[in-house]
Design a protein around this ligand. Structure first.
Ligand SMILES: CC(C)(COP(=O)(O)OP(=O)(O)OC[C@H]1O[C@@H](n2cnc3c(N)ncnc32)[C@H](O)[C@@H]1OP(=O)(O)O)[C@@H](O)C(=O)NCCC(=O)NCCS
Length: 155
């Protein structure tokens, strides 16, 4: 299969605004809500890259780095780090943006593993990626270590 670039499926600035029904009991953004949004954004990257239906196999290394509050703008960034045969790792970052100053602070990072499925819901082969920039190459290398950890945990 012909390799595809990381840029072809990457999302750089998907935005959402924090509303009152996104908040937890402390009045800050509920973690489950932001992970839900990340899963959807990462799912778009997985579908765009593979051209297939994709399901989330796992989410790991979720880190909530800072709280967000009502009215903050959330900026989602997601890109494919590596493809194996039928699975792929998508890295996601979320920033909060203060619309008054434009200041952006990272509030979340996580890795999502998706599997592409055929019409009979069986795992199906995905086109490889062609890491081009030094950052894409670093993520590509590091993704293999994370996969080995996941497979070790599975065993
Ligand atoms: C995703 C699913 C189809 C995979 O089924 P499976 O029987 O594990 O299929 P396979 O054994 O062929 O594995 C598929 C891929 O997942 C990878 N995989 C399986 N378990 C893994 C783990 N713990 N960590 C990392 N990768 C894993 C396999 O290595 C394989 O990848 P590869 O082909 O790139 O090497 C199945 O687990 C499933 O349907 N899960 C539910 C998905 C879901 O409902 N998600 C939430 C809603 S979207």
């Amino acid at each position: 299969m012909k390799p595809k670039s990381v840029a072809a499926s990457a999302i750089h600035d998907q935005t959402a605004v924090v509303f009152p029904n996104d908040l937890n009991a402390y009045g800050t953004l509920f973690g489950g809500r932001v992970v839900d949004l990340c899963d959807r954004v990462a799912g778009v990257v997985a579908k765009r890259h593979s051209g297939k239906s994709c399901v989330t196999l796992g989410i790991d290394s979720v880190r909530f780095l800072a709280p967000a509050k009502h009215g903050d703008i959330l900026v989602f960034k997601a890109s494919i780090n590596r493809v194996w045969k039928t699975s792929m790792e998508i890295g996601v970052k979320v920033l909060k943006e203060d619309f008054r100053t434009g200041e952006q602070i990272q509030i979340l990072s996580a890795y999502f593993t998706f599997v592409a499925l055929d019409e009979k819901l069986r795992p199906v082969e995905i086109a490889p990626i062609l890491p081009e920039t030094s950052e894409e190459k670093r993520r590509y290398q590091e993704a293999e270590d994370r996969r080995q950890n996941r497979l070790r945990q599975k065993r």
